[in-house]
Design a protein. Structure first.
Length: 56
């Protein structure tokens, strides 16, 4: 129930919001995603683990 921004495989990344709850932070999630996808590394001060995609 939280946003995912990260790599799921070589060359495949996701930026998912989480049931509409992330609409209020969509600008920031977009910024995080574009920075990650452009540089291929997490460069933000927010912890990458908080956004890491999890598959159950």
């Amino acid at each position: 129930d939280h946003p995912y921004v990260g790599w799921v495989d070589d060359g495949i990344a996701v930026a998912l919001g989480g049931c509409g709850a992330a609409a209020k932070s969509s600008d920031e999630l977009g910024r995080l995603a574009s920075t990650l996808f452009e540089s291929a590394n997490w460069t933000d001060t927010l912890p990458a683990a908080a956004f890491e995609p999890v598959f159950d």
